[in-house]
Design a protein around this ligand. Structure first.
Ligand code: ATP
Ligand code: MG
Length: 574
């Protein structure tokens, strides 16, 4: 982050309004200063449609679309669909939905790498004609053996010096489907002795008879990522091609392809550190395994770090964008505490979510001195953080439910909730006192409490302000609506579930990552709550109505509890 003192220097530069927020923006500012690319800024987000997007992709989306917005530039959505065997239309649709939901707009710039197959093929013929590519008949195993290692140079393929004519003929025959899958490849002719393994005559095209989700069976040869990506960027006139660090030593190949194809001006590849989160796996391969083997209930399971999972859990797009901004963009890998993500959604919902009361594990309370058939409507603020959100009415009556854990028959010292003979305030209502505990004769289980209330202690009344230490949430028995509430914990037990020291990441799954409470009771005002709507349940956290919820059966997902470990840690550090 640049500090305020450095601002004036930047202000004088070409693009006066942009203070760099990270090293990528510093590079862009330099480029603008030099009028590179005619001062255009054009980025792209290039997902491979082989799975659903996750929170790591959100970082890349916010970065690419964010830079375009900041610099008055453009950002494309491009499907990197060069691998027909793993890709599906379902993934394409989900990716579009997720990018839109996050709040970004590719306008009319939706592209597919497969749209460029013909152009890429033509570039390949050109490379052959210029002696920069050749058809190689080595088997995949032999290619690997000939490649050498980090310490030993590679060995040249015996097919490396085929004539241009022979190469052209063979490559055309590859396209025409005259050879078996895997029997030949097209390779770049670079250098088998390069210290960079990616430069040792990398494969550009492979033969693969597989139906493609867009081109069908038109092609039986497919370009490799390292060849297709720079050309796709070039064809879309991308200026800054932002990718994650693992591509750093592919950059010489990226540049080689562009140069060999005489692309000018060339897009520039810039690498940044990918997002890792504690208690989370992020690779699509692993997420797919969780889905396919049934460890979770689909890609949008609220425990998944996918965008669709976070959405179903109840995360807001604003909170995810805020998270991506806070984590910043750096050049070295690190792992972000998942508590920060939770902190962001708490902060967002604290401002916006209506407050309601929900009893998760009900315990009945009869208020013996309250008139039998009386119902009283109590007034409560919808959100104390924003009184503009108005007030709601809550019914109060003789029989209510409180939380089982808010009562103890033999409390320890400093227990400020309810116990025999003690007093607590019912939120927005009265002070009650416990007079009797009714138990099941056989099991000894507490069935019900008998209490009295003090009519002089109504909340909000001037004489009602007698102080007691505990305040409990509650619902009126006659009015409350039954609901199912799903509580979540981390999907993995270990901070780094990818650390395979003690086995597979699957072994680190948290067997208690979900708890379903079937007999919760919510305040009557929640009748008909729409799927996707979010609330704060007093003392219990933020919750979101699940899409499977119906007017007969309300289902809530807990987004986060109210306990903010991240904020607490920051305070301790300060
Ligand atoms: P995964 O390793 O999870 O399968 P990927 O990199 O293969 O992801 P792509 O569909 O190729 O997934 O990614 C699209 C874009 O998102 C790429 O530019 C990639 O660099 C970026 N991206 C993927 N994962 C992360 C991450 N964890 N943090 C930041 N950016 C990411
Ligand atoms: Mg990938």
């Amino acid at each position: 982050m640049i500090n305020e003192k450095e601002a004036p220097k930047v202000m004088e530069e070409k693009n006066p309004s942009v203070l760099p927020a990270n090293f990528i923006e510093t590079i862009i500012n330099e480029d603008l200063k030099e009028n590179k690319n005619n001062s255009r800024v054009h980025t792209r987000f290039p997902p491979e449609p082989n799975g659903y997007l996750h929170i790591g992709h959100a970082k890349s989306i916010c970065l690419n679309f964010g830079i375009a917005a900041k610099y008055n530039g453009l950002c494309n959505l491009r499907f990197d669909d060069t691998n027909p065997s793993k890709e599906e239309v379902e993934y394409v649709e989900s990716i579009k939905e997720d990018v839109r939901w996050l709040g970004f707009d590719w306008e009319e710039r939706l592209f597919y790498a497969s749209d460029y197959f013909e152009e890429m093929y033509q570039f390949a013929e050109q490379l052959i004609k210029e002696g920069k590519a050749y058809v190689c008949d080595l088997s995949p195993q032999e290619i690997k053996e000939y490649r050498g290692t980090l310490t030993e140079p590679g060995k040249e393929s015996p097919y490396r010096n085929r004539s241009v004519e022979e190469n052209l003929k063979l490559f055309r025959a590859m396209r025409a489907g005259e050879f078996e899958d895997g029997s030949r490849v097209l390779r770049a002719k670079i250098a088998m002795s390069s210290p960079n393994l990616n430069m040792r005559d990398p494969v550009l095209y492979r033969i693969q008879r597989e139906k493609h989700h867009r081109t069908g069976s038109k092609w039986c040869i497919y370009p490799m990522y390292d060849y297709a990506h720079p050309l796709s960027d070039a064809l879309e006139k991308i200026t800054h091609s932002i990718c994650t660090l693992e591509f750093e030593n592919h950059r010489p190949l990226y540049d080689w392809v562009l140069e060999a194809c005489h692309i000018d001006p060339r897009p520039q590849q810039i690498e940044f550190a990918r997002l890792n989160l504690t208690y989370t796996v992020m690779s699509k391969r692993k997420l797919r395994e969780l889905v396919e083997k049934g460890y979770v209930n689909g890609w949008d399971d609220p425990r998944m770090p996918t965008i669709s999972g976070l959405r179903r859990r109840g995360y807001t797009p604003e909170s995810i964008r805020d998270f991506c901004e806070r984590i910043g963009v750096a050049k070295s890998n690190s792992t972000v505490d998942i508590a920060l993500l939770e902190h962001c959604v708490r902060e967002d919902l604290n401002k916006r979510a209506p407050r309601v009361m929900c009893v998760l594990r009900p315990l009945k309370v009869v208020i013996e001195n309250y008139p039998e058939n009386q119902v009283e409507m109590l007034r409560a603020e919808v959100n104390p953080e924003d009184l503009g959100m108005g007030f709601r009415e809550i019914p109060f009556s003789r029989e209510i439910y409180i939380e089982q854990e808010d009562f103890m028959e033999n409390p320890p010292k400093k227990y400020f909730r309810l116990s025999p003979g003690s007093e607590v305030r019912l939120k927005h209502a009265y002070i009650i006192k416990c007079t009797e505990v009714i138990k099941d004769e056989k099991t000894g289980e507490i069935k019900e409490l008998r209490c009295t209330y003090d009519p002089e202690t109504k909340s909000g009344m001037s004489q009602g302000n007698r102080k007691v230490k505990g305040t409990l949430h509650w619902v009126s028995a006659r009015h409350a609506i039954p609901a199912e509430v799903r509580l979540y914990d981390n999907l993995f037990l270990k901070e780094n579930p990818d650390d395979e020291e003690d086995g597979d990441f699957i072994a680190n799954l948290n067997p208690k990552s979900i708890e379903v409470l079937e007999s919760a009771l919510v305040e009557s005002g929640l009748i008909g709550a729409e799927p996707g709507s979010r609330f704060q349940f007093l003392r219990q956290g933020y919750f979101c109505v699940d899409p499977d919820s119906t007017s007969e059966r309300l289902i809530f997902n807990r987004i986060v509890s109210l306990k903010d470990t991240w904020a607490k840690m920051q305070k301790l550090r300060a």
